[in-house]
Write a protein that binds this ligand. Structure first.
Ligand code: E4P
Length: 217
């Protein structure tokens, strides 16, 4: 399973990247706003840091302008994936940019039927938003499961990028179902290390190290 980091914060990406935890990065207009940086400038910095795909989202809603924006975004670096919304115009832009040979991430996906359309339009990644479905009492994981089944039934190569991940359980469930990629905020990825029994066990070992004066160096 690939790990993408869902942020435009350079320091957070660099910290995880140094540990080999970053296979790519996803950004969106809200994350760019939060970073307080210029979209082109910060995206270039991320692309210089990370080898894998870096998703940068278009701002237009009509296909023609999305395509023009996408063509500008891909000039930033070779590892740009153009992010387009799951609208009819977004699918048109996806098809054109994919035919151009660009990576396209179709975002704001909330149903398996939408994901089916994105795959047929040649998307490299489909981003179903788990957390936002859970927020309205729908089952985000069920959508991931349906997309996995449908893509496998027909051999679609579009990668399932489980997005809007809010908890370590979302990561675990996505891995169980076989999502190709998860994109999660740095805090969620870092909290995967936590287990109370690890802390308890380490405390006990440290007490014994002290009591027995065990030294290695
Ligand atoms: C994915 O590409 C999106 O940027 C992201 O996962 C959205 O997450 P949110 O619903 O927590 O804003």
């Amino acid at each position: 399973m690939k790990f993408f980091v869902d942020t435009a914060e350079i320091d957070a990406i660099a910290e995880l990247n140094d540990l080999g935890m970053v296979d790519g990065v996803t950004t969106n207009p809200s994350l760019i706003k939060k970073s307080g940086r210029d979209i082109i400038e910060v995206t270039k910095e991320i692309c210089d840091l990370v080898d894998g795909p870096v998703s940068a989202e278009v701002t237009a809603t009509d296909a023609e302008t999305m395509i023009a924006e996408g063509r500008k975004l891909v000039e930033i670096a070779e590892n740009i994936a153009v992010k387009v919304p799951l609208t009819w115009d977004g699918l048109k832009a996806c098809k054109t940019l994919s035919d151009d040979g660009q990576m396209v991430n179709v975002t704001l996906c909330f149903s398996a039927n939408q994901a089916l359309l994105a795959a047929k339009a040649g998307a490299t990644f489909i981003s179903p938003f788990i957390g936002r479905l859970d927020d309205i009492n729908l089952d985000g994981m069920e959508v991931i499961e349906d997309i996995r089944t449908i893509y496998d039934n027909y051999g679609f190569e579009t990668q399932i990028l489980a997005a809007s991940i809010r908890s370590v359980n979302h990561v675990l469930e996505s891995a169980r179902i076989g999502a190709d990629v998860i994109t999660a905020p740095p805090a969620v990825i870092k909290s995967m290390v936590n287990h109370p029994l690890t802390d308890k066990g380490l405390d006990a070992f440290l007490a014994d190290i002290k009591a027995a004066e065990i030294k290695i160096l």
